[in-house]
Design a protein around this ligand. Sequence first.
Ligand code: APR
Length: 237
Amino acid sequence: MYQHIVVLTGAGISAESGLRTFRDQNGLWEDHRIEDVATPEGYARNPALVENFYNERWQQLKNPAVTPNAAHEALAQLEQAFTGKLLLVTQNVDNLHERAGSKKLLHMHGELNKGRCPRSGQTFSLHEPFGPDNGCTCCIPAQRLRPHIVWFGEIPIGMDRIHDALEECDLFIAIGTSGTVYPAAGFVDIANHHGAMTIEVNLAEADEHSMFKAHYQGSASVTLPALVQRILAGDTL
Ligand code: APR
């Protein structure tokens, strides 16, 4: 029976809830340039373009068709039933893990539902789209709120906590991530180095150079519930 689990999720876990991934066919990076919409330089150059990109994705979260799928629900069930330590780290900025009931959750790339004051760093729940009139309430004059998103070149959130968990865990599971963006792509190396069992859940076939000790191929909404049942049954994976 495992005692300490770290789970990492990527855009693939939300694909079946209708949210686009980044690097699959029809991915977000097919029709947006990262340097224009996901860097501090792009925001400084054209804040309205960046605001539109995040306002669109924020509005999508309100679409009644966008709901947690069986994979999100399986992780919430794992957290609820598992008696050991568990940390769910997500690269995703959607709110589907929370809506499925996950609480031991860390958004390392920020959250679509929040804005941040560029001066104080204080975060605010987003109640209206980003724009020149959507200002903070912590400064005078109010500062234009920026998306509470970790852009390329910025420091991810919660890295100390994540590192501590990876060094202690005996099971690391990465779900729906292409493993192309660091530091998240390096988490499996840390877990392996500390002797953990490392599992990848992905729609795509295993990469023969993969660092993971096991690969569960298929849609997360199909493969993950079965994997969670095995973990809760005390199986050695
Ligand atoms: N079930 C499981 N895996 C899936 C599914 C599914 N239904 N659909 C897609 N996938 C997998 C794809 O095979 C791919 O490996 O999800 C992965 C999605 O990869 P990316 O689009 O690169 O998304 P992600 O890995 O989360 O990107 C990491 O890059 O652009 C930055 O900040 C952004 O957080 C993001 C980071």
